[in-house]
Design a protein around this ligand. Sequence first.
Ligand code: PMP
Length: 281
Amino acid sequence: MPKIAFVNGSYQTINKPSIKIEDRGFQFADGVYEVIALTNGVLIDLNFHLDRLNRSLREINIEWPTAKEAFNAICAEVIRRNRLVHGSLYIQITRGVSARDFSYPKGLKPSLIIYGRHSQENQNLKKIECIKVITTQDIRWDRCDIKSISLLASVLSKAKAKNKLAQEAWFLNKDGFITEGASSNAWIVREPNIIQTHPTNSSILSGITRLRIIRLAEEQAIKVIEKPFSLSEAKKAKEAFLTSSTSFVQPIIDIDGTQISNGKIGLTTKKLLNSYLKFMG
Ligand code: PMP
């Protein structure tokens, strides 16, 4: 399979070094990103992702690097050149290139990178994997609503999870509430057909899958409570799951060593997963 990325105006093979050393994304993590799932050649919830990208850019005062039509055309061209059918598209926009200085000059040209990742198969046919999570202190900044490329806290937390043979780390804030996962939103099932997740504010990323699951839940009369839950509530939950663009709806069967849902996917999680897979097509 070809591996071709759009990098600041041209299409290049991804292993060719083409990022400037003084790109502010490289030196200061001064930029934002999106990951969009692709099924049967279609980008899932593209408009929601573009709205979020727009918001992230606005919050940190970076201009769009291209007009909307050109942007859509580049996404389509990356999909075409890579013959992407199932997988994901990664989009990164940084403030641009300038001599290394914390303060930035006005009028920088933002850098734009778009490339794709293949997945082996149609995601809908993927085997359901039930996972374990650990909890760890939320050491991130106060603007987790911005999809910043500064991901060090998540990188370190994922490593901690991996060391404990878990697949995700859930962040615990100072009050003992779970905010979200290192790369996903966190959910519990309080009772069959009653689900709970942290409300959207600056403590979490407003996940696109989270948003879609809220809509799909409401269509099936599953009640959604947007309220923080504590670690002890999570451990006592009937079921738990996470959502993200690349994991969809993933059942959780162990939190810090406490078994959840008898170690298997629960009925409410299954309902939501099935409706999400159906929505993706
Ligand atoms: N929270 C964090 C911290 C994330 O990194 C992600 C995935 N990038 C999510 C939530 C899930 O967001 P989405 O559903 O848009 O992939």
